[in-house]
Structures are given as structure tokens and as C-alpha cells.
Design a binder for this molecule. Structure first.
Ligand SMILES: [Zn+2]
Length: 96
């Protein structure tokens, strides 16, 4: 695979991420999940590392695109950010 394929794939992932965020903010959660799954699939196929913001704002269990205050709760605890999805899944990240 040449570099341009990876560049195109990276741009697709970014674009799908933007679409997922827009859909989630418009309360189109099913549509947002489709974009999240597509972005993950493209990244997998091209062996790309998912962008940090995409990893952090998607739920590993249900693929929801997380919008704090809408379908996710965000708390800080012991130097970590704890994100809780509406499905009950928690994710912890170092505070930065
Ligand atoms: Zn979830």
C-alpha cells in the first residue's frame, strides 16, 4: 500500500468522524453510530491508528458518538476523565 492510499484513508476517517459528530449533535444517534463503525472499519483496513479524539468520543461497547450532556456524562476523578455512555459503559483517560 502506498502513502497516498493511507492519506486518503486518513482523510476519510476524519470526514466520517466529523459526520458522526454532526449527526450526534443533531440527535441522529443511529446515523452517528453508522459513521463511527465505518470510520473504525476504514482505519482497520488501512492499519491506521484511530485519531485520539475519535477514540475518546466513541463508546467501545455501542459505537455511540459521545456528546457530553447529551448522551454521555463526563467527570474528573483522581486525575482521570471518566466518560460514561448512556449504555452504561465507562471509559477512563488520563487528564490532559
Ligand atoms: Zn455506549
Amino acid at each position: 500500500m502506498d502513502t497516498s492510499d493511507r492519506t486518503i484513508a486518513t482523510e476519510r476517517v476524519e470526514r466520517l468522524h466529523d459526520l458522526a459528530r454532526e449527526a450526534a449533535r443533531a440527535d441522529r444517534q443511529d446515523r452517528a453510530k453508522r459513521y463511527v463503525r465505518l470510520a473504525r472499519r476504514v482505519a482497520e483496513r488501512h492499519r491506521l491508528t484511530l485519531p485520539t479524539r475519535l477514540r475518546r468520543f466513541t463508546c467501545d461497547r455501542c459505537d455511540a458518538y459521545l456528546v457530553p450532556g447529551r448522551n454521555a456524562r463526563v467527570r474528573t476523578r483522581d486525575g482521570h476523565v471518566v466518560v460514561t455512555c448512556d449504555c452504561g459503559e465507562h471509559a477512563r483517560y488520563p487528564y490532559d
